[in-house]
Ligand binder design. Structure first.
Ligand SMILES: *[C@@H]1O[C@H](CO)[C@@H](O)[C@H](O)[C@H]1NC(C)=O
Ligand SMILES: *[C@@H]1O[C@H](CO)[C@@H](O)[C@H](O)[C@H]1NC(C)=O
Length: 202
């Protein structure tokens, strides 16, 4: 009897650990990247949570869709399914919901439309990586809202140009820094899913 109770307790603990996040299909998930010397996250990686919903080409256990590094040898990226992972910090970030920026209001699309966008991107590819126009946050906002935007809100990277009063789009420093940091973050991301390359993580 006692061992039965123990098993029940262990099972329940397992359930609690596995379900400690309660992300829903279509949620935007941010992965803040920190560095000891800077208070704010340096940079944020983004993914869309898809849970166990089946998609063509999605493997069992995969639960996110993101723009990430798919070849370490050539800095080649792609929009693929991946695993949330237990070791890295992540958090819900649907902060654009119902926000109006400029002339656009960001409304969460229906599950059907989000599913169709993921299928289309999987079929057509998501184009070459560009820190200013086609990064991992652009993919996530496109899938959830149908409109690409990258704010890198509340990160160190977003502040680089504000000090110099240069429009962010024209700021070479921002572009260079974001690309360097993202390249590093993408290599790290690759390593969560493939421990054999852990030595490459910066
Ligand atoms: C956004 O607007 C929709 C429709 O009015 C509403 O159902 C939803 O709760 C709003 N979300 C937030 C985060 O305010
Ligand atoms: C997906 O692609 C099809 C045709 O290729 C297109 O008609 C449709 O509008 C796309 N769906 C979305 C949500 O963009």
């Amino acid at each position: 009897m006692r061992s039965l109770i123990l098993v029940a307790v262990i099972l329940q603990l397992t359930v609690i650990i596995i379900e400690c996040h309660n992300y829903k299909f279509g949620d935007m998930i941010a992965f803040p990247r920190r560095c000891g010397c800077i208070k704010k996250p340096v940079y944020k990686h983004f993914a869309i949570y898809v849970g166990d919903k089946p998609f063509p080409g999605k493997q069992p256990g995969q639960d996110i869709f993101h723009h990430t590094l798919i070849s370490l040898t050539h800095f080649k990226t792609g929009c693929v399914f991946g695993v949330l992972g237990e070791k890295v910090k992540h958090e819900l970030d649907n902060s654009l919901d119902n926000e109006t920026l400029g002339t656009h209001t960001y409304i969460r699309s229906t599950d059907e439309v989000i599913t169709e966008r993921i299928n289309n991107v999987t079929r057509d590819g998501c184009g070459g990586y560009n820190p200013l126009t086609n990064n991992c946050e652009h993919l996530a906002t496109y899938v959830r809202y149908g409109h690409k935007i990258s704010r890198q809100e509340d990160t160190w990277i977003a502040r680089i140009c504000r000090f110099t009063h240069i429009p962010i789009r024209l700021c070479i420093k921002y572009e260079e820094a974001l690309e360097r940091i993202e390249k590093n973050a993408l290599q790290e991301a690759e390593c969560w899913e493939n421990p054999s390359c852990a030595h490459l993580a910066g």
